[in-house]
Design a binder for this molecule. Structure first.
Ligand SMILES: Nc1ncnc2c1ncn2[C@@H]1O[C@H](COP(=O)(O)OP(=O)(O)OP(=O)(O)O)[C@@H](O)[C@H]1O
Ligand SMILES: O=P(O)(O)OC[C@H]1O[C@](O)(CO)[C@@H](O)[C@@H]1O
Ligand SMILES: [Mg+2]
Length: 522
């Protein structure tokens, strides 16, 4: 296809190309480009990226694949099938003959293209961490007819799950001519306890208009051996795993087991969570849709609160460990007087406490709207109810106390005891409504890009990666990086300051509580 660029390095300036030519461990020829090792790059963990116990010749858990370059450049690369399977054949990418893409000038991603983790940098700063850019490669590691893909959805629901499923099926079929895609029924446990379902562009055609996941989902039931046995027995060679932080941890273990068995199976993770608690990526799919729905609940709370004397509208939103939904819905609405999230401790009683603030606000305004994330104030509830904090769901996530009901009661008790002010409190708990809806327009587009990036990565032989946008550009991120911590609202960040200035709520931090001064700003 004449209009498609085939030259390696065509997208970047020659000087930069010279400095950045990388040879990825054993996977150097992954896209058929010119991958000569330049002396200004070094691979701290040389070899194939996996460490060996020298005396026994045993392999242990694979090390991160790091490459370093000039001026403090680091590439945190993702594994490639050729890292542990020698002499894999490659094939021309079928997209080069696809009329839909023929007009794109630089369609194939240059082997050396990487995405910077930080884009706001001081002029003297080192170049920092980069991830491999997502997208189609010139050469692929699977022949279309040989691909047997599968898709699984795990964890809680999230708007957009069906769109991702649809776009993986259609992406594989329309872009790469892959006809065999299996749906795994009901999450990880479905690999070994249920029949699979065949997915075709026709069978998934309309599913993006529905909430939920057509494949079903579950918590718990994770069994590495049984899952990988099932992958092997069914002849599956591309596994697309859609799920949140727990799911991505499970995906990393599946990848390790597959690598250990030396199977030619690409494992691609697509991060899903309305809580937005997955690090590195800009935002998780479905988050915008969930925030939009949450805002509707806040509007209802505001209408109720303003219609009664001393009306209080209280809305509880999802957010187990991270308060992003509560923060963004509050910022979007502008009707909220107080937003409480897990990251920002608060006190109820006494000077500087929530009850004092409510009283002040009602005196000033005659009404008030409070948004509380489900994970906020959990210590207060457990202490007051003397309830155990040890209960867990099937996946090992902590089961929360109902802070919304608890705080409603505490507010009512306070004002009835005080007898100075009669309040009208309306409690709205939209819980599952914000995640059971279909995705909105922008999430639909986002889901399409995620699905296509995952497909391009797997076809190109990359494995053990999560896909996602980093500063707006889609990248392949090693599982370790998304699994090492949870994304949280940084209360020393500008976004939280914006929220405080919109609600006018106190910080609720007593003078002896401090917050870490360092943090990124947004
Ligand atoms: N550390 C882990 N190792 C292997 N598997 C895990 C791990 N944590 C969770 N899983 C499995 O991943 C699946 C989903 O996990 P979980 O229920 O925590 O949801 P999630 O993916 O975090 O999504 P969300 O929290 O957004 O609903 C479950 O089947 C669970 O057993
Ligand atoms: O009731 P379930 O399905 O376990 O899910 C509840 C949890 O799932 C999430 O929606 C994350 O997917 C959290 O916000 C919430 O705490
Ligand atoms: Mg989770």
């Amino acid at each position: 296809m004449g209009s498609m660029s085939t030259g390696v390095g065509a997208a970047i300036a020659p000087a930069a190309t010279a400095a950045l030519k990388l040879r990825s461990l054993a996977g150097a020829e992954a896209d058929g480009g010119d991958h000569s090792l330049k002396k200004n790059l070094s691979c701290p963990n040389s070899g194939n990226g996996f460490s060996k116990l020298p005396s026994m010749g045993l392999e242990i858990h694979s090390k991160p694949k790091m490459l370093t370059g000039d001026f403090g450049y680091t590439l945190e690369d993702v594994p490639h099938l050729s890292d542990f399977i020698p002499d894999l054949p490659t094939y021309p990418n079928p997209l080069q003959d696809n009329p839909a893409y023929s007009a794109v000038r630089q369609f194939f991603v240059d082997y050396d293209d990487t995405v910077a983790e930080k884009i706001v940098v001081h002029k003297d700063a080192v170049r920092g961490v980069h991830f491999r850019r997502a997208g189609p490669r010139q050469r692929v590691f699977f022949e279309s007819d040989d691909v047997q893909a599968c898709i699984v959805t795990c964890g809680g629901l999230c708007p957009g799950l069906n769109t991702v499923i649809r776009e993986i099926v259609c992406g594989l079929n329309h872009m790469y001519g892959v006809k065999r895609v299996l749906g795994i029924d009901g999450g990880y446990r479905g690999f070994y306890s249920k029949n699979t379902v065949s997915l075709t562009p026709k069978s998934v055609n309309d599913i993006h208009k529905r909430g939920g996941t057509v494949l079903g989902t579950s918590r718990g039931g994770y069994d590495t051996k049984k899952i990988v046995d099932s992958i092997q027995d069914r002849g599956i060679n591309q596994v697309y795993i859609i799920g949140g932080d727990g799911t991505q941890k499970g995906a990393a273990v599946i990848f390790e087991e597959i690598r250990k068995r030396g199977l030619k199976v690409a494992v691609a993770g697509i991060p899903k969570t309305i809580d937005n608690d997955i690090p590195v990526i800009d935002k998780s799919f479905g988050f915008d849709s969930a925030v939009e729905e949450a805002e509707r609940a806040i509007t209802a709370a505001h209408v109720e609160a303003t219609s009664f004397e001393n009306g209080i509208g209280l809305v509880k939103l999802m957010g187990r460990y991270s308060g992003f939904i509560a923060m963004y819905a509050t910022l979007a609405s502008r009707d909220v007087d107080c937003c409480l999230i897990p990251e920002s401790p608060f006190i109820l009683e006494g000077p500087g406490g929530l009850l004092e603030y409510i009283q002040k606000r009602l005196k000033e305004n005659g009404h008030m709207v409070i948004v509380i994330a489900e994970g906020a104030g959990q210590e207060l509830v457990s202490e007051s109810l003397r309830a155990s904090t040890a209960q867990q769901d099937a996946s090992g996530n902590r089961l929360l106390q109902d802070v919304g009901l608890w705080i409603s009661q505490r507010i009512k008790d306070h004002f009835s005891k005080q007898r100075k002010m009669t309040i009208n409190l309306k409690y709205i708990d939209p819980t599952y409504m914000i995640r059971a809806i279909p995705s909105n327009a922008s999430d639909n587009v986002y889901c399409t890009l995620l699905a296509q990036s995952a497909v391009h990565g797997a076809m190109a032989g990359y494995t053990g990666f999560t896909v996602g946008p980093v500063n707006g550009r889609h990248a392949y991120i090693p599982f370790d990086r998304v699994n090492e911590k949870q994304n949280k609202v940084v209360i020393t960040d500008r976004m939280w300051a914006r929220l405080l200035s919109s609600t006018n709520q106190p910080s609720f931090l007593s003078s002896n509580q401090t917050v870490s001064p360092h943090q990124t700003t947004s």
